[in-house]
Design a protein around this ligand. Structure first.
Ligand code: GLN
Length: 305
């Protein structure tokens, strides 16, 4: 496995030249464009394998949408959550506003910005600090890494330039989908997107999802089977934004990407996979990462379909 991963990173590194770093959040431009790493946790024997840049820290960005969805579902139950957000793919970019007005008042799904702002607003907690603490604690347990924290510089950069997210949120407030204080919800959303992880952290998180919501290393239950099933399903249909269909055909495993360059992927009952490669394609997915996952899926026959 180790050799396979090394070969796949070597072979696909060239694609990073074709990608670009996310620039709409200025602090993300500091990443090293040609970094590429993959980390795999084999849940059957608790072995871990990696190649490339797996200890580089980057912000979780949209992968935090998975965390927000898990906590919102666990806190409120599925009916209450899906009253506010749909579960249909959009065919639109992750920060598109158009569907909110012309198609349906509810955001299309929890894996695009509008939907994630809603799930974040549904997280329980007496104060905003408490809610952030719950998000951080969840990720710390899911990655077996107590050092997980918010990157302050990226959070500030995000907050300063987050006007598109502000528009989405105020629009949803105007039609009653979003309740409460919009600025507070957005602040929590910006913070959750700015949590720093590594490819290794994502692989461990993927291993928990692959193991039906239970940590393979400590048998701790982090979510119910039902929540885990729903989350995996939505990752397949919506996790790679408007490239989810193509990814399902080419790779065929539940995955979620972020504009920081990470991909969280999970092969039910087998592997948790974490990718880091900050050079992105047009849709905002790690360009090298997608190629590595495609090859890995072919080599090991990972597609769930
Ligand atoms: N924080 C980013 C945003 O809200 C997350 C987007 C992403 O990773 N696709 O725009």
């Amino acid at each position: 496995m180790k050799n396979l991963l090394v070969n796949l990173v070597d072979k696909n590194k060239k694609y990073t030249e074709e990608g670009f770093l996310a620039s709409y959040i200025p602090a993300l431009l500091k990443a090293n464009k040609d970094d590429l790493g993959i980390y795999v946790v084999d849940i059957k024997n608790n072995e871990e394998y990696w190649a490339g840049e797996c200890d580089v820290k980057f912000t979780i960005q949209s992968i935090s949408k998975v965390v927000g969805l898990i906590i919102a579902l666990s806190d409120n139950g599925r009916d209450a959550v899906f009253k506010k957000v749909n579960v249909e793919p959009t065919g639109m970019g992750f920060n598109s506003i158009v569907n909110l007005e012309i198609r349906d008042e509810k955001p299309y799904n929890p894996m695009i910005n509008a939907g994630a702002i809603v799930t974040t607003s549904l997280i329980y907690g007496e104060t905003e600090e408490r809610k952030l603490e719950r998000i951080l604690n969840f990720i710390r347990r899911a990655t077996n890494n107590e050092d997980i924290n918010v990157n302050q510089e990226i959070y500030e950069s995000e907050k300063e330039t987050g006007d598109r997210n502000r528009s989405l949120a105020y629009f949803m407030k105007s039609n009653g989908i979003l309740e409460g204080n919009v600025e507070e919800v957005l602040d929590l959303y910006f913070k959750q997107c700015s949590i720093e992880v590594t490819a290794k952290d994502l692989a461990r998180f993927g291993a928990v999802i692959a193991n039906d919501g239970i940590t393979p290393w400590g048998n701790e239950v982090l979510m119910s089977r039902e929540v885990c099933r729903i989350v995996k399903t939505i990752m397949v249909t919506c996790g790679m934004y408007d490239a989810s269909g193509e990814f399902a055909v080419q790779v065929g495993i539940p995955a979620k990407s972020g504009v920081g360059g990470g991909i969280l992927a999970t092969v039910p009952r087998r592997y948790g996979i974490g990718i880091y490669g900050p050079a992105l394609d047009q849709k905002g997915n790690s360009i090298g990462g997608i190629h590595v996952l495609k090859n890995l899926s072919e080599e090991l026959e990972l597609s769930i379909f």
